[in-house]
Design a protein around this ligand. Sequence first.
Ligand SMILES: C[S@@+](CC[C@H](N)C(=O)[O-])C[C@H]1O[C@@H](n2cnc3c(N)ncnc32)[C@H](O)[C@@H]1O
Length: 393
Amino acid sequence: MDPAQASTLRLTCAHGQHEMLAAEVGQLDRTVLASDRTGVELRGDLLEAMRLNLLSRVAMRVLYLLDSFPCNHPDQLERGAGKIPWETIIPCSGYLSVTSTIKNPSIDNTMFANLRLKDAIVDRIRKVHGRRPDSGPLRNGVVVHLHWHGDTAQIWIDTSGDKLSDRGYRKMPHQAPLRETLAAAILMRAGYCGEAPLVIPMCGSGTLAIEAALIATSRPPGLLRNRFGFQHLLGYDRADYESIRRELTPRRARRASAPNPVIIANDIDPAAIEATQKNAETAGVAHLIKTSVCDFADTPLPDDPGIVILHPEYGLRLGEEADLRETYSRMGDFFKQRCGGWSGWIFTGNLELAKVVGLRTSCRVPFKHASIDARLLGYELWKGSREQTASDT
Ligand SMILES: C[S@@+](CC[C@H](N)C(=O)[O-])C[C@H]1O[C@@H](n2cnc3c(N)ncnc32)[C@H](O)[C@@H]1O
């Protein structure tokens, strides 16, 4: 497979994060050609796909389009897929898995379509080489993705393999951790770019603080891992990959002379702080995060105002919500009494409890956290006498 062959690249993201993803792609000096709620598309070759796997903080996967054809029946799928020169893409000694999203009336079981596609691929390779790659559900070889909506089938290579949110640093998850890509999207939406102080008073396993440290030092998150789907393709050249990693690494060095960012992470639970420290060490950013065990209301705040982000529990299990009412009400007091001049944010999946905060929101950004309908609530916290108005949340 020619790594310099340009095609459509699709960066996928969690539902609702496409605006942040499009903004990120723009900041990376790339042009978004199309976008929808699950991703953005641009033009590029496999080398560009490698770069985007390393660079993007918000994307979940980077897909490379192999072919697209009219398709209304599994037989058409098998015929169309059989025309793709798989023998130049997948090694006959390799491993293959097929994933799909399908909305076509001829298919009521996606596994059946996946099987037909897999058969087309391995039959073609066997005809050329006399042997075929193994196949199965694991994502540790070449991953082929079928997107078949309506009467068009698109066949993509999933160049990421494992989700890009699996950065590899979270060895201790603690409780209800944010996905790394979601944490990065929250920070971007809150306007964090590494310059203003950042305070995370309910840090849990430290995801927001660690993603912030990566942003502040311009470290591409993909440099933290060394396993991607594109490494299993025929035509993959390790030297290209190493040279792209080197090309992206100086971003970190350029900022090394700048003063360290101020990132403060607290939690009331000592086990959370232990997790934050271990995870930050794994990510190589422990020296950039100041941690302490304390109630959020006692968080040490630097003199210069910045951004404060609270990510409390949601209390969605029976009986938990009542216990959390006091916490949410105290969060409002904390913002009013201690955070004048700061940009305040609360990320929660409980919109009823959010009302208890008792402050007017300046913005409410919808997100999904796992399958939960969540919001990032923004608060403008005025310094001095200007009164915080009562809630309309
Ligand atoms: C939903 S978790 C945060 C998860 C985190 N964002 C992550 O990605 O791992 C909420 C955290 O708030 C902490 N917490 C609860 N009440 C607190 C309080 N009064 N003061 C400080 N932290 C508190 C919990 O110990 C828990 O770690």
